[in-house]
Each structure stands twice: as C-alpha cells, then as structure tokens.
Design a protein. Structure first.
Length: 128
C-alpha cells in the first residue's frame, strides 16, 4: 500500500461519521418511535438514499417519521407501522411544504429588493 492510498483510506474513515450520522439519527428516531429495536431493511436504506439524493433534509425525514407515528390509527388490534415506506407520503408532503415555504420567502425578499430599487430610482429621478 503506497502513501496516497493510505491517505485516501484515512480521509475516508474521517469523513464516514459525518456522512453516516444523519442516517444513524434517522434510524434511532425510527426505533424510538416504533418502540422496538429493529434496524432498517435494505429496501428502507434504499428509500433513505433516494430521499437524500432528492435533497430532502434529515430533519424533514425525521419529522415525517414522527408525524406518521402520531397520525397512525390502527384498523385492528396489533396493527402497527412495520416499514419506513409507510412514512413516505408524510416525508414528501413535508419536503414539498418546506420547499414551497422557502421559495415564497425567497420570492418575497426579491420583490422587496425590487421595490426598494424602484423607490430609490424614483427618488433620484425626482431630485434631478
């Protein structure tokens, strides 16, 4: 093993906790909400990866899981949320709401800046 591959290995190990921390936190919230120790299945890890690829924040995923458990109403005794896939709609709904909220806040800021520029331009023309 040469020095460059050793450096890459060390740097990858240093980066790993930062990359895995949100996933571990999400998994902890999942287990906490479910009330039992059950790790994610490969399918659920794939869903998490897809959500991260879609730029859905870990906070949104966690809030979606919590909302799903809060709003869950069992049809029969013993019914429970068995898969992270059940939380998908709540997560997408929260992500969309948060995205739209950010969009409209940005839009409002831009409109305010345009209005300030227009007022400044009007005042400079009026002073001439």
């Amino acid at each position: 093993m040469n020095n460059s591959s050793l450096n890459k290995t060390v740097s990858q190990k240093d980066d790993a906790p930062e990359t895995l921390y949100p996933m571990a936190e999400i998994e902890n919230v999942w287990m906490e909400s479910q009330g039992e120790f059950r790790r994610f299945s490969p399918l659920e890890w794939a869903y998490l990866d897809a959500w991260f690829q879609a730029a859905i924040s870990p906070a949104t995923i966690i809030d979606g899981i919590r909302e799903s458990f809060r709003s869950f109403r069992p049809r029969r005794p013993g019914d429970r949320i068995r898969s992270l896939v059940y939380c998908e709609q709540a997560i997408y709904r929260l992500a969309q709401d948060r995205y739209l909220e950010e969009f409209w806040q940005r839009r409002k800021r831009l409109l305010q800046q345009e209005a300030q520029r227009a007022v400044a331009a009007y005042r400079t023309r009026k002073e001439r």
